[in-house]
Design a binder for this molecule. Structure first.
Ligand code: NAD
Length: 499
């Protein structure tokens, strides 16, 4: 009898699928049932160095990708978007199975990833740069500015949006003409490997996009520290972001950081109750609460508190939990470790004296028996000094605080080291604008929570990050700006000569 042993999924370096130098592998787990769904190579520093060397060769020696005109690069990116669109259901299934998010949410992520490629494919062919009207102190001069790719970009992503967080980095970096070395989260690499199969077919020149699978300690830290990497962009926890910034200091590489959050969701008593509750639910329970911008701190006016909390708890208790491929409201957390971390915070919240109104434990019924499921949890009576109010939990746990005046609300909203997101619910437009102006955060919403667009910049204030992704800013992050000054006395331009 022939027994076929499935090969582990490999790195992609210089246009070739490669085993790792360590010979080690990592098992990839389905968090809904704890079963092994695939195996991938576990890379060592040598693999990272090889990938960086391939990217460096592609950028500095061959220069094929960087020198390609924007329109030709755009053609390849549009082709990538088309190929991804063609397999979006399969990709969504992979992310749902690997990360635990409900299938329809995973499908939404992949659709966004397709649009993101299209957006940057389009943007790279649009006008950029500028011409300056400079003084004639040095004789007649012409001054203009161009955008150029940065060089070799190391990119590191978390597990909560396995493919999408990567596309927010890869699409603009490639559109700008950089060569990249990409490291997905070690827990959730499967859809990214498929993405590189698409890159391979789409005709990206060898070395323009490289993939290294492995741990943050080994692969990620090498990308951050290597003097051959010109820029490192990272999405993940604030503590690792700080390490990356320190490691990047060696060659002063450019750094982009998208980090954690503890975002306020401020609800005034004139808001529509049902709508505010629905958006608050999306704000905290979407993707099992494993969302950097989650509205994890509800700050509700005292005159609205009882009505709001009663309805929120009713809705939270009605949430369906189960196998993400069967499309319940919520799936499992990404890993046993993450589940235990969240359960630990729930224990801490109870010990701190917050009132646990619903959830507060693991879900183990039916489909949930073997997986890492946590029930939607609402803590009321929370105060600013509690750890569950201060620290990012990254799970389906929300805290409720109350305020009476607008001034108190904004003080509470800003009482955090983070500054990623925030929202306000009120029918009073002037108040909404005042409160949003006061909230120190990069992504804000009025009478909604979570809508995100490829066209608009994404990123945090304070300890939530440095730089922006998405929109034109997301492309500019991956570009250097060059100033060119021409002495027209020595190099007459056609139009100047004719004057
Ligand atoms: P994490 O910081 O543990 O890991 C993120 C990535 O960094 C992974 O690929 C990991 O392997 C790698 N890594 C770990 N240690 C490293 C090191 N020393 N050097 C280099 N790389 C290293 O984060 P996580 O648990 O995967 O994700 C959750 C965090 O991500 C949360 O804090 C969340 O708020 C944040 N996040 C932020 C955004 C945003 O846009 N701001 C989006 C999604 C997630």
């Amino acid at each position: 009898m022939n027994i076929t042993v499935k090969e582990p999924l490999k790195n992609y370096i210089a246009g070739q699928w490669k085993d790792s130098s360590t010979g080690r592998t990592r098992k990839i787990i389905n968090p809904a049932n704890g079963e092994i769904i695939d195996t991938v190579v576990e890379s060592g520093k040598e693999d990272v160095k090889n990938a960086i060397a391939a990217a460096k060769k592609s950028f500095y020696e061959s220069g094929e990708w960087r020198r390609m005109c924007g329109q030709d690069r755009a053609d390849i990116l549009f082709k990538i978007a088309r190929e991804l669109d063609n397999v979006k259901e399969k990709m969504a299934e992979l992310d749902s199975r690997n990360q635990g998010k409900p299938y329809r949410e995973a499908l939404g992520d992949i659709q966004d990833a397709v649009y993101c490629f299209r957006y940057y494919a389009g943007l790279i062919t649009k006008p950029c740069g500028g011409v300056y009207d400079v003084n004639d102190e040095f004789g007649p001069m012409h001054s203009y500015m161009v955008h150029e790719p940065v060089g070799v970009c190391g990119q590191i992503t978390p597990w909560n949006y396995p493919l999408l967080m990567g596309i927010w980095k890869m699409a603009p970096a490639l559109a700008a003409g950089n060569s990249i070395v990409f490291k997905p989260a070690s827990l959730t690499p499967l859809s990214t490997v498929k993405m590189f199969e698409i890159f391979d077919k789409a005709g990206l020149p060898a070395g323009a996009a490289n993939l290294v699978l492995g741990s943050g300690d080994t692969v990620g830290s090498e990308l951050a520290a290597s003097n051959d990497v010109d820029m490192v962009t990272f999405t993940g926890s604030t503590v690792v972001g700080q390490e990356i910034m320190r490691a990047a200091a060696g060659n002063l590489k450019k750094v982009g950081l998208e980090l954690g959050g503890k975002s306020p969701n401020v609800i005034f008593d004139d808001a529509d109750l049902e709508s505010a509750v629905e958006w608050a639910m999306i704000g905290i329970f979407f993707n099992q609460g494993e969302v950097c911008s989650a509205g994890s701190r509800i700050i509700v006016q005292d005159t609205m508190h009882d009505r709001f909390v009663k309805r929120l708890v009713e809705r939270a208790e009605a949430i369906t939990i189960g196998d993400p491929l069967k499309d319940p409201d919520m799936g499992p957390l990404v890993s046993e470790e993450q589940m235990n971390k969240v359960l630990d915070y729930i224990r801490i919240g109870k010990e701190e004296g917050a009132k646990c109104l619903c959830g507060g434990c693991r879900a183990t019924e039916g489909d949930c028996a073997k997986g890492f499921f946590v029930k939607p949890t609402v803590f009321d009576g929370c105060s600013p000094d509690m750890r569950i109010v201060k620290e990012e939990i990254f799970g389906p746990v929300v805290t409720v605080q109350t305020f009476s005046t607008e001034g108190e609300a904004t003080l509470m909203a800003n009482d955090t080291e983070y500054g990623l997101a925030g929202a306000v619910f009120t029918k009073d437009c002037a108040r909404a604008l005042r409160v949003i102006k006061e909230i120190r955060a990069g992504i804000t919403w009025i009478n909604c929570y979570n809508p995100t667009f490829n066209e608009a910049p994404w990123g945090g204030y304070k300890m939530s990050g440095v730089g922006r992704e998405l929109g034109p800013h997301g492309l500019e992050e991956y570009q250097e700006i060059k100033q060119v000054n021409i002495n027209l006395s020595e190099t007459p331009l056609g139009w100047y000569e004719n004057e």
